[in-house]
Design a binder for this molecule. Structure first.
Ligand code: COA
Length: 324
């Protein structure tokens, strides 16, 4: 059976790290409040010359190197972002040019914090149907550029960064208990909740980029319920039991959401990869950033079953069961 297998991972963070204490100098907040409510201690913020595109290209180069794949062999780039370098063309085509790839399929996917799960699902489908044998799936964001830095309810929660995976199409066994690669994905969207998490601008409405607005408490409530449901659906679609999960690689929005989700799955906290304390919420970049960290520090190993999940603006949410 032809499946998309993760052949390598990579990530990139901006140079500048901003602590909670530094933020408390400009908005009325405290390290204690932020840590207690979210688990966040610091975040990275893009500086001059650092964009969604440059971070994405750095993450992609690292993933290609880890996979031992030449850029010229990439047939597909799917880049998830809600903060593209330009309204058009897609940031994926900018990354393509930065990597020196003359011709391939390249486009962006916009599903905010669930973007990486959407991008992975699209790439998986295209690879199974034969569009490409090697793909780059990237999540990259510079949310610092759409934050209202005077709104303490949102500006403390987000950070910038990028993560990438190289997918390679491989023929393998059908049995999901031994097969490598993307075993199942599930995606959802419910557009009725736009006003709970959105950006108050856009090319076709205000002609401006806009700033992020969020009703945090309502988002929190939806996140816990939706994530638990989609994780169950994904495991059922893969033909696997939640007890088979080696690692949960969740979207990193809030440590309390991670704890609640793990508890609902009956998964011990040691099986959850957590980066929210150091990266904050990097939207579409958070899942591949966490994955790359856990691969590089040796926690996540070949043959293990990973479950990736995310929920974001729209609302959109999704999960993927992947054996490394
Ligand atoms: N520092 C200090 N106080 C703050 C603050 C900050 N950075 N941000 C908000 N507050 C205040 C609020 O003004 C409010 O004060 P009030 O009661 O006097 O009005 C109080 O803290 C409680 O605010 P509330 O929003 O109810 O807190 P909360 O416990 O729900 O925590 C979030 C807020 C945002 C941390 C939490 O709701 C959350 O993480 N939500 C999910 C967000 C998310 O995951 N978004 C991304 C999805 S992709």
């Amino acid at each position: 059976m032809r499946r998309a297998v993760i052949a390598g991972t990579g990530s990139a963070l901006p140079k500048r790290c901003v602590t909670n204490a530094e933020l408390a100098e400009t908005v009325e907040t405290s390290d204690e409040w932020i840590v207690e409510r979210t688990g966040i201690r610091q975040r990275y913020v893009a500086g001059e010359g650092e964009t969604t595109g440059t971070l994405a290209a750095d993450a992609a180069r690292a993933a290609l190197e880890a996979a031992g794949v030449a850029a010229a062999d990439v047939g597909l780039i799917v880049l998830a972002t809600a903060t593209p370098d330009q309204t058009f063309p897609s940031t994926a085509t900018k990354v393509q040019a930065m990597l020196g790839i003359d011709d391939c399929v390249a486009f962006d996917v916009q599903a905010v914090c669930s973007g990486f799960l959407y991008a992975l699902t699209v790439a998986d489908g295209m690879m199974r149907s034969g569009t490409a044998d090697v793909a780059l799936v990237i999540g990259s964001e510079t949310f610092s550029r759409i934050l209202d830095w005077e709104d303490r309810g949102t500006c403390v929660l987000f950070g910038d960064g990028a993560g990438a995976v190289v997918l390679r199409a491989e023929d393998g066994p059908t049995d999901p208990t031994v097969a490598r690669g993307i075993l199942a994905t599930k995606l959802h969207a419910d557009g009725r909740h736009n006003e709970l998490l959105y950006v108050d601008g856009g090319p076709s409405t205000t002609g401006t980029v806009g700033k992020l607005r969020m009703k945090g408490r309502e988002v929190f409530r939806h996140a816990v319920v939706n994530l638990a449901t989609v994780l169950g659906e994904t495991m059922a679609a893969a033909g696997l039991d939640p007890a088979d999960i080696d690692w949960l690689i969740p979207h990193q929005a809030n440590a309390r959401i991670l704890e609640a989700t793990a508890k609902k799955l009956g998964l011990s906290p040691e099986r959850v990869v957590v980066t929210v304390d150091r990266h904050a919420n990097t939207s579409a970049a958070s899942v591949p950033l966490a994955l790359d960290e856990a691969v590089r520090d040796g926690r996540v190993r070949p043959g293990q079953l990973l479950v990736l999940e995310a929920m974001g603006g729209g609302f959109t949410w999704g999960a993927a069961a992947v054996r490394l």
